[in-house]
Ligand binder design. Sequence first.
Ligand SMILES: C[S@@+](CC[C@H](N)C(=O)[O-])C[C@H]1O[C@@H](n2cnc3c(N)ncnc32)[C@H](O)[C@@H]1O
Length: 426
Amino acid sequence: MNTREISLKIIEKLFHGYTLESITENLCDFQRLSKKDKAFVKMLILTFLRRNGEVDFVIKRFVKKPLKEKDEKLKNILRIGITQILFLEVSDHAATFTTVEITKKHYFGLQSFVNAVLRNVCRNKLVLVKTLDPTINLPRWVTEHIYSDIKININDIANSICKVPLLDIHFKKKQLMNMKYVKDLKGKNIFNNILRIKHTGSIENIPRFQNGDWWIQSISASIPCIIIEKIFNLERKKIDILEIGSAPGGKTIQLCNAGFQVTAIEKSPERTCKLRENLKRMKFRPKILNMDILKNDIKKLYDCALIDAPCSASGIIQKKPEILIQEKNIHSLLKSQQKIIEKTSKLIKKNGIMIYAVCSLIYEEGEGQINNFLKKNDKFIKVNLKNIITDLDCLNKDGNIIMSPLNYKKSGGVDGFFISCLKNIR
Ligand SMILES: C[S@@+](CC[C@H](N)C(=O)[O-])C[C@H]1O[C@@H](n2cnc3c(N)ncnc32)[C@H](O)[C@@H]1O
């Protein structure tokens, strides 16, 4: 099977809800490809996902008779051809020829139709690339529910999603950043111990991965633990922290690295394995519990709980663009978040802290959840994060922190995140 046929298979599976990572890991045809071909397939798929709305707009415009539901494969074939013509450095001839070849295999007789559509797209390429609107790549569940302060810059958000993301690597110790291999990575230290690099291959190939000098963590994802570090600055060894939703372990590692006592809870068995693996590599040994916080009784009370809740992941679309084409059951996510907050609130000592974070820019998953909780629970008050985190480029909203691609824009922007901090006063 060639790269375009494998791409077709992957796109079909993505529309059935599988993640790109799970598809590529399990698809033998993909695994058999050379390194170079794998990179091409990934680039083709990721570009289609990032540009899905624009690509489908072009299909609608250049295919006179609307395609029927049963012609989904034909639509996917056109998607592959159009993505290459408009957004990748593939010659028009190669993009058209390879797409026509796959058409012959699956829809013998329709190859001249596909050829005509693609040649028409090639002729109009310059105008299309200039005039297409990237906001149409965003699904309605994002555009309609995004924070209004961010919605006004929806063009910037949409443009950021079209770009290949940079990779943030978090170093255990600042002095490690002075080593020679770090210089070879040609990264930029834009925040604390985080180095931002250009890297699209496997992370295992980055030097000193196995040594545990660093872990993958975005700037935004590091903020909840920085808040904890600032609040509990002294005697960290005595501070008991409960972390809910821990895998793959970015925040667990950060808390252990800061010297706290951590109990990490994770519901998914597979993700718990990943969590254990990452902690072992980083040489930390917190208590790890593979359990559903909602189905288990925990007797102990904690100084601090960190909820990194399951969410729509609308803040990290640039890294996981398959989110753009998949249905999200927001209602069930909102229910889980609400239940997790309520359950966790019962596990905090008097004067203890509960941090709630989601990698989402949807109001209902962030600020909406916290406002609803505070309305019903007068034991808790909000801690104004503006007074705690003072040196961060972020949006401070009603004492909460919202990070988005509009922050650290000159350095490539950051993931979307909502963070709130509550204190148990009784
Ligand atoms: C956003 S991810 C966590 C990311 C992680 N904290 C990090 O920094 O690397 C949310 C995690 O919560 C887990 N989760 C979802 N519902 C849960 C529950 N009821 N109890 C425990 N974990 C849960 C999910 O399996 C998922 O791994």
